[in-house]
Design a protein. Structure first.
Length: 367
């Protein structure tokens, strides 16, 4: 018995190929709408008014013009088209515009759930890199304000340099000398006279200080600027702590280091005379007498008329209208001064001819 032949499946209808449309946007929209209408009629069969050779309705749709009243009535009479079974079923008319749009405009960007087009990760990273580069460029490129500020600063520096070093208003027009008593003022003026008319900022204060300190009675010098045009020279003189008899007559005033400061006819008030024979006692005896004189307290020194020394440890003091004090060496001056003042306060010891404080813990008085 022969097997029955299965019915053949009808061939799937091929989706209509949309022609490439050019022209204005209105014409492209009209042609696409006409193509969709013709595709729908092709799936449902021929309309009643269409002929085998292609009636007016088919020609109208093929040319892309809007369908007339007969075509619309025929489409409505035909009803909803039936789905054709099989894998090659015709696409629904509603999906055709999306396919045509993809073919016409290329692949579209993915859309988010909200309907907005989202960018791919690579595109987002590129935009971030471009934005960072633009920010760095703006950060490192100097703006007009920065350039203007630099120009203004340069102008101020140039003007300030000219004002300090070349302007006629900041030049030395006066030299003020202070602290001079025994020093020759003319000698100081001769040293600083060459600075008049020099810009005050260019005055070499260190060189002037060294030159003035070479004078014998000057202990230290402070040279300073007093703006706008005054140079101040403050002199600190050496103090004469003793007067040493000179072989040519008169006395030589010496400081605490034994330096001869100046020669005078007589010793000034309050300056004791050193009676030291340097030829026989030596220079050490003179230094011991000077050191003892420098360590005397003010209330004791005011009562001393002269200091004699026959050796470094044999220094004696001659008090004004009083006894001779055996001082010894220059050690323990504070303790010796304290013991001497206590002995002078005692009427019995004050009438003695000699007071020995060389050993302050065991003083002695000789009538």
């Amino acid at each position: 018995m022969a097997r029955p032949t299965p019915p053949r499946r009808p061939a799937a209808a091929q989706p209509p190929v949309e022609p490439k449309v050019t022209g204005s946007p209105q014409r492209r929209r009209a042609v696409r709408a006409a193509g969709h209408s013709s595709a729908g009629q092709g799936t449902t069969g021929k309309s009643p008014g269409a002929t085998a050779s292609g009636g007016p309705t088919a020609r109208t749709l093929a040319t892309g013009s809007p369908a007339g009243p007969s075509a619309r009535s025929a489409k409505s009479a035909a009803g909803t088209p039936a789905k054709t079974p099989g894998k090659g079923a015709a696409r629904s008319p509603g999906k055709a515009p999306a396919a045509s749009s993809r073919r016409a405009g290329g692949p579209s960007a993915p859309a988010s759930r909200t309907g907005r087009t989202t960018s791919r990760p690579g595109e987002r990273a590129g935009r971030v890199a471009d934005l960072a580069g633009a920010r760095r460029a703006r950060r490192w490129q100097p703006g007009r304000r920065a350039v203007g500020a630099l120009v203004a600063l340069a102008v101020v520096l140039v003007a300030g340099g000219w004002l300090l070093l070349a302007s006629p208003w900041l030049r030395v027009s006066e030299v003020r000398i202070t602290g001079v008593e025994r020093t020759d003022v003319a000698a100081v003026q001769a040293i600083v006279a060459g600075q008049e008319g020099v810009p005050l900022a260019r005055v070499g204060t260190r060189s002037l200080t060294s030159a003035v300190e070479e004078l014998p009675l000057v202990a230290s010098v402070d040279v300073s600027r007093s703006w706008p045009s005054t140079l101040v020279v403050a002199v600190t003189e050496r103090e004469a702590v003793a007067a040493v008899g000179s072989t040519s007559g008169g006395v030589d005033l010496v400081d605490g280091d034994g330096n001869v400061l100046v020669h005078e006819d007589t010793a000034p008030a309050g300056v004791p005379t050193l009676d030291v024979d340097v030829a026989s006692a030596g220079n050490e005896a003179l230094q011991a007498a000077i050191e003892v004189n420098a360590t005397l307290a003010a209330d004791v020194r005011s009562q001393v008329s002269s200091i004699a020394a026959t050796g470094p440890d044999a220094v004696t003091l001659q008090l004004v209208d009083g006894p001779v004090v055996v001082w010894g060496d220059a050690s323990r001056p504070e303790r010796k001064a304290e013991v001497l003042l206590r002995l002078l306060a005692d009427p019995t010891a004050a009438e003695a001819t000699t007071l020995d404080v060389s050993a302050p813990d065991a003083p002695a008085a000789t009538p």
